[in-house]
Design a binder for this molecule. Sequence first.
Ligand code: EPZ
Length: 423
Amino acid sequence: MDAIRVRGARELRGSIRVGGAKNAALPILCATLLSDGESRLRNVPGLRDIQTTSELLRTLGRGVTVDIPEVRVQAPRGQVVPEAPYELVRQMRASVLVLGPLLARYGRAKVSLPGGCQIGARPVDQHLLGLEVLGAKIVVEHGFIVAEAPRLRGGEVVFDIPTVTGTENLMLAAALSNGQTTLVNCAREPEIEELGRVLNKMGARVEGAGTSIIHIHGADELEPFDHAIIADRIEAGTFMAAVGAAGGDVLLEHAPLDDLEPVIVKLRRVGLEIEREGEHARVRRLGPLHSADVTTAPHPGFPTDMQAQFMAMMCVAEGRSVVTETVFENRFMHVPELGRMGARIQIHNNTAIIDGVGRLSGASVMATDLRASASLVVAGLVSEGETIVRRVYHLDRGYEAIEKKLAGAGADVTRIQLESEPA
Ligand code: EPZ
């Protein structure tokens, strides 16, 4: 069983390359289902979720060649059965993103209903309501979403809340629908803008991706594409938090600064210097680390996917900081583990109050979800002694070789083999 060992209390110095964005690559891989040609994705990160999505596309009749950082998706061979099995969907909730394209492309889709996960119930009601507006007949039975629509038609979908994959699923469906669709109260994340760029390359006409209102003129047929994925703002933000916690001076190659504004504002406030150097970013913390409050919110608010890493940094800041999580109802699973490392954190409903301590102490800790595991690695960098982060399969879902990247910047971080997992 893999684990990550961190021997802390060293400043970070050197350069780290930021890879392609997981949360852009997943919907774009699903977009390949909309065309019958060969599509090529470049700058794709080497992540477990990419493997899972590639496996899902293969079960849907696609030939997929994964040669990181490139993925090629070939045309379907033979009859396509538009069904996404429980075995794959349970590994990765984002598999629900095949629902829209399969329904639009084949008039039918059967997709295992994603269950809840560590960070919240995460229903998909908005996805289904939206597809029904476009004419789909949907039943949920035996743990599956079964959707039918001879041909989806354009319509106006008003989301109750801005949902990232909900917006993406409807964009994918509307791209091959008959007529124009307007999506209102959309999520505005940079990954949605990126999907809009790819759908436009395929021949759909998407306007307003990245804003709260998106117009999509559906096409009868869509072309394959060749596209290089944007850099991962959350991976870049995670490394910035690592520099914030440990101190030091790092060049973050390809850091997407424009997509990270809400995070950079807070990092500068707590004492980091973040400067653009061409298409890279110089990130330094040479002085004291101050405390600051954050409240997560949909983009352009402070991203919930940076909450845990920011909290880990605040554990060693001067003073008290308050972190409020408003997007997911159960995203403080990292708090008890940080507590095992000596952090002083009180939880009151969706608010965490952190009183900074000078230094944490290394311990064996358990990762519970992707970003929680990243926060434990960040905490390990500012701990006395050794930290062993277990269940790193969570980490591998969203970070490509994080231990090598941090070691490249002078950290003592290694992947080790553990005999077995404690019960
Ligand atoms: C996306 O998840 C990201 N995943 C998540 O990143 C990210 O945390 C989240 O957006 C918020 O930014 C991918 O892009 C693959 P939502 P998604 O639908 O789309 C509620 C990571 O660490 N909701 O925007 O599933 C939902 O429960 C992952 O990389 C409904 O109630 O998130 C949540 O409270 C974790 N009904 C809120 O909306 C719905 O139909 C926002 O969820 C859909 C969502």
